[in-house]
Write a protein that binds this ligand. Structure first.
Ligand SMILES: Nc1ncnc2c1ncn2[C@@H]1O[C@H](COP(=O)(O)OP(=O)(O)OP(=O)(O)O)[C@@H](O)[C@H]1O
Ligand SMILES: [Mg+2]
Length: 313
């Protein structure tokens, strides 16, 4: 049934707005093309990431706008979309006391896999894929955060989806589990498109060839992480300061970020020209890009691949 759909085109989001019943506008005229592959949606807490993910996943109605993916009008043809979608919500609740194997079997039955033998094979395959087969008899409610997220991916993969949406899956994972989880996503991305939302810049820089930055319900930048970083080349500078020097530097320079270092402060500054002695030019990273966008510094070119519509306001 799904093979007749042509879904190799970008998901096209136009004028998408979501106003909640209390009047809060969580998405404000979002225009975005999400190409197939691994796509990173980066934004701070409250930016509207989950609102956007839930809308694309057809779990909530949009107030205005359209979402088109190949043949599917996502907002009106919900069933068609759900047949090709796997979704891992930000907060993945599970029934207490039910084993991983039983729960995954239950999800597979819900997704319409009625043949018991087929379901058993699928459950075994998926538990192996996410490295939880050994833990199959343990209750998912007792799993660690990382195990629980891997279980969440297993349930999202039931039905062999063409699109997998994962909403902030790495928040709260320890570094080893985070890497393990990202590797799993990378494997999956060979067979399905993935939209990954996160507030962790490294998730995107390590994994996603395409990204967008969402802030206060608006897309503020979109493009390739590598291209965006190149655009800052020669314009990011580093300086080591005493703590009490920071306020005056913040007045004079466009400080992108600061961190403590042996009791001092290391600041990263955006400047088109050499800001002077004591500064050294550094290789831009994606965090510099993110902070430029957050602080509305018009550092990125507005061309086909990069738009910063809110920079002028
Ligand atoms: N059901 C709702 N009713 C009213 N306001 C809501 C509702 N859901 C979300 N919001 C508000 O909309 C804004 C965006 O929320 P959303 O959960 O989409 O952001 P997010 O980027 O996913 O944040 P986080 O990183 O914290 O998960 C927030 O200010 C939130 O309080
Ligand atoms: Mg969220």
């Amino acid at each position: 049934m799904t093979s007749t759909l042509s879904l190799d085109t970008p998901i096209q989001i136009r004028g998408l707005t979501k106003t909640y019943p209390n009047g809060y506008k969580a998405l404000n005229g979002v225009n975005l093309d999400i190409p197939m592959g691994m796509f990173g949606l980066l934004g701070p807490n409250g930016a509207g990431k989950s609102s956007l993910m839930r809308t694309i996943a057809t779990l909530q109605e949009a107030t205005e706008g359209t979402v088109q993916w190949g043949d599917i009008n996502v907002l009106t043809e919900k069933v068609k979309l759900r047949q090709v979608l796997g979704y891992l919500p930000q907060y993945f609740g599970v029934y207490p006391g039910v084993s991983a194997e039983k729960l995954l079997d239950h999800f597979a039955a819900l997704k319409g896999i009625t043949n018991g033998k087929e379901r058993k094979e699928l459950v075994t395959h998926l538990l192996n894929q996410v490295n939880l087969y050994e833990a199959r008899d343990r209750a998912v409610s007792g799993f660690s955060g990382g195990m629980r997220q891997r279980f969440g991916i297993a349930q999202a993969l039931v039905g062999d989806p063409r699109l997998v949406i994962v909403d902030e899956p790495t928040a709260g994972l320890d570094p080893a589990e985070r890497v393990r989880f990202l590797n799993l996503l990378s494997e999956i991305s060979e067979r399905a498109a993935i939209i990954l939302s996160t507030h962790i810049v490294e998730d995107v820089s390590e994994l996603c060839p395409q990204m967008a930055v969402l802030i206060a319900g608006e897309i503020r930048a979109t493009g390739q992480p590598s291209t965006m970083m190149q655009q800052l080349a020669g314009k990011v500078w580093r300086i080591q300061l005493k703590r009490d020097q920071l306020p005056s530097y913040e007045e004079t320079y466009q400080v992108l970020s600061t961190r403590f270092f042996m009791g001092d402060i290391i600041a990263r500054v955006y400047s088109k020209s050499d800001p002077g002695a004591d500064f050294e030019v550094v290789e831009p990273d994606l965090e510099d890009v993110y902070f430029c966008v957050m602080k509305k510094i018009p550092a990125l070119r507005s061309d086909e691949s990069v738009v910063t519509p809110s920079v002028a306001d």
